[in-house]
Design a protein around this ligand. Structure first.
Ligand SMILES: CC(C)(COP(=O)(O)OP(=O)(O)OC[C@H]1O[C@@H](n2cnc3c(N)ncnc32)[C@H](O)[C@@H]1OP(=O)(O)O)[C@@H](O)C(=O)NCCC(=O)NCCS
Length: 159
């Protein structure tokens, strides 16, 4: 069952989420500069608001007493769910937030009339790889020299 501190984003949290996503993505050592620039453009407050308005399950957030601790952004993709990003604030890592976000995402599938989740990760993003594996995702392909000339794994999950 999804814990009470995790759920769809509220409109008043959008600005904080854009900040958390920027603070999570910008310092990531796994992505080169063009990749980081391209990703940050996709997660402005306006774009996040539009996503949440179009699909109430597209933007899930985790919270504690001081604010947002994590996020999971996904989208409906012809009967599947593409997981764009999940992340945990650096102050809250290693406490089960990432796993809880992936479990909450899985629980949205019937509500979105979708049967599977898929996503990518950088091949050397060990935290992401093991979080996905622990959540039951299977590695289905390796894309060498792909987006922004970087190497990626593709993953899928049938929750
Ligand atoms: C990946 C990420 C979301 C994990 O979040 P988290 O809240 O720390 O994860 P959890 O505490 O729920 O741990 C879940 C699993 O992830 C793995 N994991 C988490 N931190 C890890 C680390 N530092 N090294 C290796 N594995 C790690 C473990 O397998 C863990 O399962 P276990 O505790 O049962 O062994 C977090 O590291 C993060 O935000 N990274 C930056 C953003 C990112 O790379 N997102 C993924 C893009 S594809």
């Amino acid at each position: 069952m999804t814990p009470p501190w995790l759920g769809p984003i509220s409109d008043h949290e959008i600005d904080a989420l854009a900040t958390l996503m920027r603070d999570t993505i910008q310092p990531l050592v796994y992505y080169n500069e063009p990749a980081i620039r391209a990703e940050l453009i996709k997660y402005t407050p306006e774009k996040l608001r539009a996503r949440a308005a179009g699909d109430p399950h597209a933007v899930l957030v985790a919270r504690d007493a001081t604010g947002l601790t994590g996020f999971c952004v996904s989208r409906f993709d012809d009967g599947t769910i593409w997981l764009d990003w999940f992340g945990t604030a650096s102050r809250a890592r290693g406490r089960g937030t990432g796993a809880a976000l992936l479990a909450a995402l899985a629980s949205t599938l019937p509500l979105r009339n979708a049967h599977k989740i898929w996503c990518d990760s950088r091949t050397d993003n060990k935290e992401s790889k093991s979080a996905l594996e622990r959540a039951g995702y299977k590695r289905i392909a390796t894309l060498m020299n792909h987006w922004h000339r970087q190497d990626y794994y593709l993953w899928e999950s049938y929750p």
